[in-house]
Design a binder for this molecule. Structure first.
Ligand code: PRX
Length: 658
């Protein structure tokens, strides 16, 4: 199989001469040279970058320690502080450069210079110090997108606290589970948030989450007054503004070991509860910076805008850490792309003269739809001439969406960096470098220099280019996940399975390399992880949520292709009572969707629920998910169903409750 037959698009877009001329990695020869350097002296390659890009308080002498593989250590005897690398370092050079241009939901803007941000972070860090928090303690951050979210994360980093940001779209129950798993001592939240012209509560979910029990370790809840929404007040609550009142606005950064955990970020896997992906300080920051430099080609006068929320890894690496450490000016946006209308992104690019724009395919696809129905909000109505580079992240970008992004947004002038990576990889691992790599719509192209990524078969053996297989990373890299918090065994079995020899990192995606160019195309997850609007969800998690409802006996969840969201969630449910019909079925569907929203978060609500007297199982009782996926797509089952115990059930499961 060649890539063309997967992609249905074989045009190649070479970088323009203009772009190549000024690029940080200029031309394919430069890219090849970097890859050759990494191949010739792997540790030397990373050590050189770490000395060049990071400011060390105590320089490292050892680059990589593999003694306890796969628990790798990078730069292990070095010491530094991540916040000092993002802020203090700029105080003598660019104190008055704008670090953040914040645009609120209502369109009001606010600018923060590097010096302002430094003081705000220092002051908040001093506030946190008053709360009996010590180096290594965990702090949950549950805040809307805004300057304060960045301040809170940076302040934790400044004094060695390990933050764990929980996306505001997760429920009280999800918050409760994360607080317990992380053993967090404090939560930082806000009274509410502004989104799409509405004022929505936020702190109430924290109250509810804590009240669910098991959160006795929480000593304090810091509350930002954001909306003025009325909130319940508990004895361990403290206002953000009271915490920093009369507190100094300078604060010595606490130097930590290179391997000191910078943060935990919970993400879904194929089994069990979400896992706390643990990242390091030095290795993580190094890759966030270097990808800003090589993938995003960051230059002094760029205005960088990554639209991701800080609740996701993209917002960690390309909002809170990478852009600041590189001294960039960036946009932070509180609102949503469709308010007050679906031209909001384009209007903001025009207004702030954004030069580098990084967003998700699902957003692009929804804006394509919007500009078809409402031509006034199409990108061509806006002056987007400031753009010079576009990026895509989170899910495969289909060639049609790629071409629209390229032509309508980028004016056929801006390269697109389709960046493949994961919460676990910390930063980009496959991506074009815009001044070097020829672009093929729908392909994330080639490995980031130094990342030894490839495709193998089920036994870990290389497959020839042109043959599909499992995406793996063969050598440890600095920004890799260090462990799953509280569950090192799960880290080993999830990412370093013995079937593959136990020494190579299994990404969990299927991939194929083009027979001629070696370009990668990602073929989607090989496990039971769904990607809904760029959000990662485990089918098992949704199933567990459903069976926790008193009406449900059994549930199976699969994904189904969706033209805007990438994938949508289809749930097959067997009730404890009889299979419902008509209005009764509709009522239960509404109840179960609401229930999943409460258990996990609105993003996990099934798009479709179908009821059966049973689920299709083999004689040994295993649910045949393959059949459920076929049914979800509305296709006829043509494959062999001779092992199926109860074929009659399939007819029932074709019916969607509308
Ligand atoms: O399936 C891949 C998909 O998103 C997964 C990682 O999700 P998460 O940890 O939430 O991180 C998302 C943001 C980095 C991957 O295993 N994915 C991510 N980027 C791409 C992608 N699939 C195809 N192309 C991409 N560019």
């Amino acid at each position: 199989m060649s890539i063309e037959s997967v992609l249905h698009e074989n045009r190649v877009f070479e970088p323009s001469a203009d772009f190549v001329k000024n690029a940080n990695v200029s031309g394919m020869a430069a890219y090849n040279q970097l890859c050759a350097e990494a191949a010739a002296d792997y540790e030397g390659f990373w050590a050189k970058l770490a000395r060049e890009l990071l400011v060390w308080n105590k320089p490292f002498t050892k680059t990589l320690n593999q003694e306890n593989a796969p628990f790798y250590k990078w730069f292990e005897d070095g010491e530094l502080n991540v916040s000092a690398n993002c802020l203090d370092k700029h105080l003598n050079t660019i104190p008055n450069k704008v670090a953040i241009i914040f645009e609120g939901d209502d369109g009001a803007t606010q600018e923060v210079t590097y010096k302002d941000l430094y003081h705000r972070v220092c002051q908040f860090a001093n506030g946190l110090k008053k709360l009996n928090l010590n180096v290594g303690d965990r702090v949950i951050i549950y805040l809307p997108m805004g300057i304060e979210a960045v301040v809170a994360m940076q302040a934790c980093a400044r004094i060695g606290l390990i933050h764990s940001v929980v996306f505001g779209g997760f429920s009280a129950k999800s918050l409760n589970e994360r607080i317990i798993d992380a053993g967090a001592k404090a939560v930082i939240t806000s009274d509410g948030q502004f989104r799409g012209g509405k004022t929505l509560p936020l702190k109430s979910a924290v109250d509810e989450g804590i009240a669910m029990g098991g959160c006795e370790v929480i000593e304090k809840v810091v509350v930002l007054k954001k909306t003025g929404l009325e909130i319940a007040w508990n004895s361990n609550n403290i206002w953000w503004h009271d915490l920093i009142a009369n507190v100094a606005d300078t604060c010595e950064p606490v130097m930590v070991n290179a391997e000191h955990p910078l943060f935990l970020l919970y993400t879904s896997g194929s089994t069990g509860k979400p896992k706390g992906v643990q990242h390091s300080s030095a290795g993580y920051l190094l890759h966030a910076m270097n990808t800003m430099r090589w993938t995003f080609d960051i230059h002094e006068n760029d205005v960088f805008w990554c639209t991701a929320d800080v609740g996701w890894i993209t917002g960690h690496s390309y909002v809170t850490y990478g852009p600041l450490a590189m001294g960039a000016t960036q946009i932070i946006f509180e609102g949503i792309p469709t308010y007050p209308n679906a031209g909001r992104f384009w209007q903001m690019i025009e207004k702030h003269k954004v030069s580098i724009f990084y967003t998700a395919p699902t957003a692009i696809r929804s804006l394509i739809k919007a500009s078809e129905t409402t031509p006034e909000v199409a990108p061509k109505n806006y002056n987007l001439s400031s753009l010079r580079l576009l990026g895509s992240v989170g899910e495969p970008i289909n060639p049609e969406a790629w071409m629209w992004y390229f032509e309508q947004v980028g004016g056929s002038r801006c390269p697109i960096a389709d960046t493949f990576w994961q919460t676990e990889t910390g930063g980009h691992v496959i991506t074009p470098l815009p001044g070097a790599t020829p672009l093929v719509p729908g392909s994330c192209t080639l490995p980031f220099p130094g990342i030894d990524i490839d495709v193998v078969d089920e036994t870990g053996k290389d497959v020839p280019w042109g043959t599909g297989g499992l995406l793996v990373i063969k050598k440890p890299w600095p920004s890799m996940i260090r462990t799953i918090y509280n569950d090192p065994e799960r880290y080993k079995t999830s990412y370093y399975p013995v079937d593959l020899g136990g020494k190579i990192y299994l990404a969990g995606d299927g991939a194929i390399r083009d027979a001629k160019t070696g370009n990668f195309t990602i073929m989607g997850r090989i496990d039971d992880v769904l990607n809904v609007s760029g959000h990662r969800l485990g089918t098992m998690e949704i199933e567990s949520a459903l069976v926790a409802n008193h009406l449900v006996a059994e549930a199976a969840v699969v994904g189904k292709p969706h033209d805007v969201k990438g994938e949508s969630v289809v749930a097959y449910v067997v009730l404890k009572g009889p299979r419902p019909e008509g209005d009764e079925a509709k009522k239960i569907v509404a109840e179960l969707r609401e229930w999943v929203g409460k258990e996990i978060g609105p993003i996990a609500k099934p798009d479709e629920i179908r009821f059966g007297d049973n689920l299709p199982k083999t004689r040994s009782g295993k649910i045949m998910r393959r059949l459920l996926r076929t049914l979800a797509r509305g296709e006829e089952i043509t494959s062999d169903i001779s092992t199926l115990d109860n074929p009659a059930i399939l007819e029932q499961l074709k019916e969607v409750v509308k």
